[in-house]
Ligand binder design. Structure first.
Ligand code: FAD
Length: 412
């Protein structure tokens, strides 16, 4: 039976949900408050499709680092101590999840989802002919301290058991794999790395934008942009939308609705009385235009993770994306130069041949749950579903959670 379904939010969660629903013959309307798809958090992220980075963050080591970094302006994690009940509740939830003994199980579940998503993206790139600067060159974690490398390498047997690649590389092997490292400043010499060759990278915004065209042209998905949904309620067996202004979406009726509104999803859950704790965890990126030949040669091609500094990079065609930091600062989206400077400094130190004259800074808010697990469930109100809480792995997991939610909605 064809169901009439609205998907709220055209970021990666909404786009992939709409795709999986439409592919199975559902009558889908994709709605977003912005003028174009993927203009919020799915705009300029780190680009990594990274099953290898799927370890959940709930570890005592991360808590210790968080405390240590609290007073350091350019630290990878920044905690703004201003009072906020939502923030402190989220932190409590993080602490509980750190000591609930489920770290390995949750990491395993995330890895499985990430692998499934990766396959779906690879399939989509061929089947739908979507260009999103997909690069299947793997991901290289690298270290400039023997101690850190040793700790990372010691996870090999556990991660191998979970079916993960985790190939430990010497410094020479790292430089052979990514020759751009050979020009790093002397004091930035790396000691080794971990390589996960099946991982990939790509441009999340380009994916959503190009997928949106396919959704409209091939799968007859209708879209309503510039349309902010204020409330969603049930009336008998229909779900009714109310838009913020008197737009055409107001009063529209659907059989089912999927809420994929990123950090805004929490607001809907609160009104509908559903239990959810999604907090915005802010991150920053810079996108460097590799205009000249020297920059193109000097920029890394393999997607990188500087594990100790929590900085990632991805080559997106003639651009280099560098991203990092996790800031607990509410919904503030200001781009602070204090947070951009370490990203520029990282490029200057490791890849001095890359010109940073032409770059675009960006900040985005990760919709994050305290235990780092995405939320895919039906509201108590029935026929209203959620797909959110992907945190730092929305791109990595999006295609799989979209598929899971579509299955749930269709079989309901
Ligand atoms: C700096 C940074 C680096 C990152 N790097 C990576 C990475 O390398 N790999 C990875 O896997 N993940 C990464 N992430 C995480 C990933 O980008 C996010 O998890 C993902 O983009 C979230 O997607 P989403 O669709 O849930 O939310 P969004 O992209 O924010 O989409 C939500 C959409 O809902 C719309 N919306 C909200 N409210 C309403 C409403 N009331 N009515 C209508 N529309 C509404 C918004 O306009 C928006 O378009 C990174 C994030 C950041 C910030």
């Amino acid at each position: 039976m064809t169901k009439k379904i609205a998907v709220i939010g055209a970021g990666i969660a909404g786009t992939t949900t709409a795709y999986s629903l439409a592919k199975q013959g559902m009558d889908v309307t994709l709605i977003d408050s912005r003028r174009y798809p993927a203009m919020a958090t799915s705009y300029a992220n780190g680009g990594q499709l990274s099953a290898s980075n799927s370890e959940v963050w709930n570890t005592p080591k991360n808590i210790l680092n968080g405390i240590k970094w609290m007073f350091k302006k350019d630290a990878p994690l920044l905690f703004n101590p201003s009072p906020s009940i939502q923030k402190y509740k989220w932190i409590m939830g993080f602490l509980v999840a750190t000591f609930d003994g489920k770290h390995k199980i949750k990491t395993q579940q995330t890895i499985d989802l990430a692998k499934r998503a990766r396959e779906i993206y690879f399939e989509i790139s061929v089947k739908e002919g979507i260009d999103f600067d997909l690069l299947k060159e793997g991901i290289l974690h690298f270290y400039d301290s023997d101690k850190e490398l040793k700790v990372a390498a010691s996870k090999a047997s556990w991660l191998h058991q979970e079916g993960m690649e985790w190939e430990v590389l010497s410094r020479d092997e790292v430089e052979d794999l990514e020759p751009a490292f050979k020009s790093s400043k002397n004091d930035k010499k790396i000691v080794g790395g971990i390589y996960t060759k099946s991982d990939a990278s790509g441009d999340i915004h380009k994916f959503c934008k190009n997928m949106h065209r396919v959704l409209e042209d091939k799968y007859e998905v209708k879209s309503l942009f510039n349309t902010e949904i204020e409330t969603i309620y049930k009336d008998k067996d229909k779900v009714i939308l109310a838009a913020a202004d008197e737009s055409s979406a107001s009063g529209m009726q659907f059989d089912q609705v999927a809420i994929c509104a990123g950090i805004e999803t929490q607001r809907f859950a609160d009104v509908l009385g559903d239990s959810m704790r999604v907090y915005p965890v802010k991150g920053y990126s810079i996108t460097i235009q590799l205009d000249d030949e020297e920059s193109q040669i000097s920029a890394p091609k393999v997607s990188l993770l500087d594990d100790p500094k929590k900085i990632v990079s991805s080559r997106l065609g003639n651009r280099l994306r560098v991203a990092g930091t996790a800031e607990l600062a509410g919904t503030n989206k200001d781009i602070k130069q204090d947070r951009i400077r370490p990203l520029l400094g990282w490029v200057r130190d490791y890849f001095p041949g890359v010109s940073t004259e032409n770059y675009t800074p960006w900040a985005g808010l990760r919709p994050m749950t305290p235990d780092m697990m995405p939320l895919i469930f039906e509201s108590k109100a029935k026929d209203i579903f959620y797909n959110t809480g992907h945190g730092h792995l929305g791109w990595t997991l999006g295609a799989a959670t979209g598929d899971l939610l579509a299955e749930k909605m269709i079989n309901e």
